[in-house]
Design a protein around this ligand. Structure first.
Ligand SMILES: Cc1ncc(COP(=O)(O)O)c(C=O)c1O
Length: 456
């Protein structure tokens, strides 16, 4: 166990707290029993069971920064459905706009004026001029990869170890670095090895490795988060993303920033905050704030390419394989319009960054008080425990912070005290509705947990 934490103490806590959790959630357990008859693991989407070591609970309702389960337990939410709803639960400007649009029609397979407004707002914030919409960030990344392959006439894509870009074939791939003597292999059952053979993974913050991956001139796209957010938090070293973009251009490849998570770290995303360049930017999750929505922005040149290669129904010559009948719907774009206009304002990002510092400072304080050789992760609203003395620069260095025993024990300990902790590979993160009191409550419980684990 890293630092002074004790593995058997973590196991004891997990056993004790899991028993308490089970007794507090009997109503959920009964529902789960019924649900198991009609859904594997009793959940409508397998991850709802796979993300946690405790059994899933059934939610009765959400309000502001909290939600309540069917047993009447209230949780202060620091996960926000893994950042797919960072504007809080229950009625707000977005739900009111959704209700208004729903009453007028949810989907026409035709544009509504919200599509123009959302695209203009995104253009102004992110800087890329042309936009398209899907129902998830995964689907947006799928389309970005397809456009890049069609545009460049190449197949290879370069990703960074520790990445996550959705459960899609080309990115669910491990390995394949130049010189590895083997193609990238599927990172999960059900993925075809043929679908991952054109993927190359290199370490983040490693320019020489990236240059080697590009040297044969056969790469269509480099796809990366501007900071890796799915293996704890790995920030780019100064100049890394700028040099990666420059190398992409020199090698005739396109460069995409997946800001599905990081767009919530800073107004307009990290592309704006750091003046970065990209051919594509992917968004999702918090942009719909509960409404399934993905989006990608692209340069004018790529927008022109999409126009020239429009897929025409029943035509003999196929265009770009992008789109879906429910993408870009009236209802999702009404939601995104309200999210952008009414909630994710520049002032709101500023407020949340202040709360994020309060969270990260508090975590640092807990670490120092208990004499642990650790750090706090911090970027805007995002924080967390870095279980190492130095912040990580790549996946290998991030791995100690993904300690399963630490996160399992912490999650259930905190749930029993009314905090819904982030999933193991992420957060906690401040949402747009959190208050100082919410942050302080998180820190109080986190400190109790660290005290319980590190007591002699
Ligand atoms: C960076 C990034 N890209 C894409 C995705 C996929 O998002 P979704 O599952 O909503 O399609 C995720 C999900 O965690 C993500 O973190």
């Amino acid at each position: 166990m890293p630092g002074r934490l004790n593995g058997s103490r973590l196991a004891e806590i997990l056993t004790r707290e899991s028993a308490a959790f089970a007794s507090r959630t009997a109503g959920s357990a009964a529902l789960l029993e019924t649900a198991r008859g009609v859904m594997p693991d009793g959940v409508p989407m397998a991850w709802m069971a796979g993300l946690y070591r405790h059994r899933p609970i059934f939610v009765a309702e959400g309000f502001g920064s909290c939600f309540r389960d069917v047993d009447g337990n209230t949780y202060l939410d620091f996960n926000h459905a893994d950042l797919s709803n960072t504007i809080g639960h229950g009625e707000n400007a977005v739900t009111r706009r959704i209700a208004r649009q729903a009453a007028r029609g949810m989907q026409f397979l035709l544009p509504t004026e919200d599509a123009i407004a959302v695209s203009q707002l995104l253009r102004n914030r992110v800087g890329l001029p042309m936009w398209q919409y899907t129902l998830s960030a995964s689907a947006a990344n799928t389309e970005v990869i397809r456009i890049a392959r069609a545009f460049t006439g190449r197949q290879k894509i370069v990703l960074f170890e520790g990445k996550y870009h959705g459960h899609i074939e080309p990115t669910m791939a491990e390995g394949g670095a130049p010189g590895a003597n083997a193609d990238a292999a599927p990172d999960g059952m059900g993925i075809s090895a043929r679908a991952t053979a054109d993927t190359v993974n290199v370490p983040f913050n490693d320019i020489p490795a990236l240059a080697r991956a590009l040297q044969d001139g056969d790469v269509a796209l480099i796809l990366t988060e501007p900071a890796l957010t799915n293996c704890s938090l790995v920030l780019p070293e100064p100049g890394f993303l700028e040099e990666a973009y420059r190398l992409a251009k020199a090698a005739g490849a396109l460069f995409a920033l997946d800001e599905t998570h990081s767009w919530q770290f800073a107004y307009g995303g990290l592309i704006r905050a750091h003046g970065l360049s990209a051919d594509f930017v992917t968004l999702g999750k918090g942009l719909g704030s509960g409404m399934p929505l993905g989006a990608y922005g692209m340069t004018a040149e790529l927008g022109g390419f999409v126009e020239r290669h429009r897929d025409v129904d029943v035509a003999q010559v196929r265009g770009l394989a992008i789109g879906g009948t429910t993408y870009g719907s009236a209802i999702t774009l009404a939601a995104a319009h309200a999210v952008l206009e009414d909630i994710l304002t520049e002032a709101a990002y500023t407020r949340v960054a202040v709360l994020g510092s309060r969270l990260a400072d508090g975590i640092e304080r807990i670490i120092t008080t208990h004499g642990l050789p650790w750090r706090a992760f911090r970027y805007g609203p995002r924080s967390g425990f870095c279980l190492a003395p130095e912040l990580p620069r790549n996946l290998d260095e991030a791995l100690p912070s993904l300690d399963q025993a630490f996160s399992d024990a912490r999650r259930v300990f905190m749930a029993n005290r009314g905090i819904w902790e982030a999933i193991a590979s992420a957060g906690p993160q401040v949402s747009f509705v959190h208050t100082e009191a919410d942050i302080d409550r998180y820190l109080e419980v986190a400190e109790d947990f660290i005290a319980a684990v590190s007591a002699d």
